[in-house]
Design a protein around this ligand. Structure first.
Ligand SMILES: C[S@@+](CC[C@H](N)C(=O)[O-])C[C@H]1O[C@@H](n2cnc3c(N)ncnc32)[C@H](O)[C@@H]1O
Length: 272
């Protein structure tokens, strides 16, 4: 079978780094996420994955972040059997495959059309009430077409930092205004992380740019009446760090003790 050549660049290309992280993790006997579908997709892609700079510790870090967002999404669905999931900037992530939501859950994977074309060729379609929407999340039309009849969880991993703050704010305000209730689950960089972006090979080598850093998760609460931050986990002390290789554990331990670096990234959960 001919492997898929990659012509995407910038933010779109960075999805190969997170995919590769999950694939590498799945090959480990101590895999955190066991995302074997990610590994199958990697085998079908003609790309020099060394460009991502992702190796053992980074791969495990990507898997831990994804697992945390999976766990929160699953928790939301356990409490809301009829719900809508907006999986924004899905890239080649297989969250719907990993979580197997029941057919009472409406699942929407959203990313740019050219990303979804590749996704269709590389990944099997999940079962259930599943649809893909090809659009920029900053546009209006796609969200207006999503039925507003159910509690809604918006999960977006590896997206906020690529947005400008005003676009991120508008996205959050449009979601929280449209649906009756729900949650927002996403990761973010702090402003120091944004300043140090050239040190991240996946970002630098794809020619991508990061814009929005969040230092105070509570600021977002003021963007919609009743929006409340439930969790703000620092990347340096997220659950499961003991599953990292020793070098990663030591690195995290050191970062957690340096003011500024401690807040370099977070995983956030809000309800509205
Ligand atoms: C680092 S990747 C993360 C992909 C996936 N969430 C994961 O964790 O593997 C960044 C993703 O954000 C998407 N993205 C960036 N800006 C976007 C926008 N304005 N609208 C839709 N998708 C966007 C890119 O196309 C890419 O798939």
């Amino acid at each position: 079978m001919d492997r898929e050549k990659i012509t995407l660049t910038g933010a779109q290309e960075t999805m190969l780094a997170t995919l590769y992280g999950k694939a590498l993790d799945s090959r480990s006997p101590h895999s955190i996420l066991r995302d074997h579908e990610a590994d199958k997709a990697v085998q079908r892609i003609d790309y020099d994955f060394r460009k991502t700079g992702v190796k053992g510790t980074t791969a495990a870090g990507v898997a831990l972040r994804a697992r945390q967002l999976d766990d929160w999404t699953a928790e939301f669905l356990a409490g809301h059997s009829e719900a809508t999931v907006l999986h924004l900037a899905c890239g080649l992530d297989t969250r719907a495959h990993r979580l197997h939501p029941p057919s009472s859950v409406r699942w929407l994977d959203v990313d740019y059309p050219e990303v979804l074309e590749l996704r269709e060729r590389l990944l099997p379609a999940p079962t259930g009430d599943y649809r893909m929407i090809g659009a920029s999340v900053t546009g209006d039309a796609w969200l207006d077409a999503v039925p507003d009849d159910r509690p809604t969880v918006a999960v977006f991993e590896g997206l906020s930092m690529y947005l400008r703050k005003e676009d991120g704010k508008r996205l959050i305000q449009r979601i929280t205004a449209r649906f009756p209730s729900g949650q927002l689950l996403f990761d973010c960089y702090g402003t120091l992380g944004i300043r140090l972006q050239k040190l991240v090979p996946a970002v630098r080598n794809a020619g991508a740019s990061l814009h929005w850093g969040i230092d105070d998760p509570r600021e977002i609460e003021g963007w919609h009446d009743g929006l409340e931050c439930l969790d703000a986990l620092r990347s340096v002390d997220m659950p499961g760090l003991d599953e990292l290789p020793v070098s990663g554990r030591v690195g995290m331990w050191v970062l957690a003790r340096i003011p500024g670096f401690r807040d370099i990234g977070r995983i956030l959960r809000y309800r509205f």
